[in-house]
Unconditional design. Structure first.
Ligand code: FUB
Length: 449
């Protein structure tokens, strides 16, 4: 639903419950986003992704990546991402080729009171070399305004910059150009302090790009997308030193057949590790229009990274009083339930769940809903069913107690109906919606009151 009423209702709700929603994947719902670099600055996480747009005959190259600028997003809870606006555009980079639309994967890092934003793009003339150069823009705040420098970093050619500052204060720049490169940075963060060197002992077959290095318990983890088979999967190698030698250690996330690229960053925030990555949720037929996701990441006792299985549910606790987008499910029945776009002409409208598909009873589960402490007595749901039907909401499992029954009158269009909450149980719970009978019913969202 995209009416002014819904907008006002949502704004009102944000004010009331404090924007405690949108923890699900993808996390950026208003535009395409890719190549996410997440950074913890102060008490917030700042997200610096690439910004995919669609190329047209007079903008970029149709069928290829097209990126003109970068936005930064911020969140404290990782469940509500605020777009803080454009930080750098190809039109305000003095040396950039504005016909290139090649503002690929960026990074941002803090040092000595300044925020340094690193980005690759193509230069207008070949003085800096052919192909991609890497530029820097500097700001006093993580959301800008960023001022791009007059020239790119001299001596660096390639894409996907990543900067790491070690505990001894030495900064390193990583980037990709077929291989993954590293060089020390001077204290000024914008000049190389050592010649570029290739990071050895990484897989020698299949493209590697998107380096992102982090340190944990004195080990340096170099993570990178690698085409081990047909599309990119996220892998990592470990070392005792930021420049290597590295030893390949495993897979962080398996390849996704629908999206050729993937691109990662890993942060620890409030005691939990998170993997930011991308897929093409809003653009299933064109994988150069991507969307950023986040899932939790865990380590084994030996320090190895446990493989992350991508989820739609994502991270964080969803406020029971917000619109619960149950189509971003934690689990779903193999029969009787399906998830599809609400409107294929405007996919940013999001998704809906259909239950009773193929006359089979189905279910869908959504984890970690916070009911709070005060009594929630009713449930509203946005639903549709041409025959009319009934849905049941269970607590903590398909066999768990039914806390509400949603009766749906026969309707051609979407309708908001109210149900009584039979058994209120405070705290954080998983909820399961089941179809009752064999009627086909559609559910957009539900919300406790
Ligand atoms: O977004 C353009 C390119 O695709 C990035 O620079 C690569 O890492 C890949 O994600």
């Amino acid at each position: 639903m995209r009416s002014q009423t819904r907008f006002l209702l949502t704004v009102g709700l944000f004010v009331l419950v404090g924007a405690h929603c949108f923890g699900q994947n993808p996390i950026i719902r208003s535009a395409f986003s890719a190549d996410p670099t997440a950074r913890v600055f102060g008490d917030s996480v700042y997200l610096y992704p690439s910004h995919d747009i669609l190329a047209t005959a007079d903008r970029g190259r149709v069928g290829w990546f097209c990126m003109a600028d970068y936005h930064v997003y911020a969140s404290v809870r990782l469940t509500d991402w605020k777009d803080k606006g454009v930080v750098v555009s190809q039109y305000n980079v003095p040396w950039a080729d504005t016909a290139a639309y090649s503002m690929w994967a960026p990074d941002c890092i803090y040092r000595d009171g300044k925020y340094y934003f690193y980005f690759p793009t193509k230069a207008r003339d070949t003085t800096y070399g052919r192909g991609f150069s890497i530029g820097v823009a500097i700001a006093d705040k993580p959301y800008g305004p960023f001022k791009p420098l007059e020239t790119p970093i001299i001596g660096v050619h390639g894409i996907d910059p990543n900067v790491f500052i070690d505990t001894d204060g030495q900064a390193y720049l990583y980037w990709a150009e077929g291989e993954i490169y590293v060089a020390k940075l001077k204290r000024n963060m914008v000049e190389l302090a050592s010649p570029p060197q290739v990071i050895a002992h990484l897989p020698n077959k299949g493209l590697k790009e998107g380096p992102y290095l982090f340190k944990r318990a004195d080990k340096y983890y170099l993570t990178y997308p690698h085409v081990a088979n047909k599309t990119e999967r996220l892998e990592y190698a470990v070392s005792d030193h930021p420049m290597g030698p590295f030893k390949v250690d495993g897979v962080i996330m398996e390849a996704n057949a629908h999206c050729w690229t993937n691109h990662q960053s890993i942060i620890k925030y409030k005691g939990q590790w998170y993997l930011f990555y991308h897929s093409n949720d809003y653009s299933p037929d064109f994988d150069k229009a991507r969307s950023v996701r986040v899932d939790s990441l865990f380590f084994d006792t030996d320090g190895s990274i446990k493989e992350v299985i991508p989820t739609l549910r994502g991270v964080g606790i969803t406020d029971g009083k917000s619109e619960i987008q149950i189509d971003r499910y934690s689990a779903i029945s193999s029969l009787g339930t399906s998830v599809s776009f609400l409107d294929t002409a405007d996919r940013f409208e999001g998704w809906k769940t259909t239950l009773g598909v193929g006359a089979a009873e189905g279910w869908i589960q959504y984890n970690s809903v916070d009911f709070g402490k005060s009594n929630l007595t009713s449930l509203i749901a946005r639903v549709k069913s041409t025959t009319g039907g009934k849905l049941q909401v269970h607590l903590d499992g398909v066999a768990g107690p039914v806390i509400a029954e949603i009766r749906i009158p026969a309707t051609e269009g979407w309708k908001t109906v109210t149900a009584t909450v039979a058994h209120f149980v405070p705290g954080v719970h998983n909820i399961v919606v089941t179809s009752s009978g064999k009627a086909v019913t559609e559910l957009d969202w539900l919300q406790f009151k």
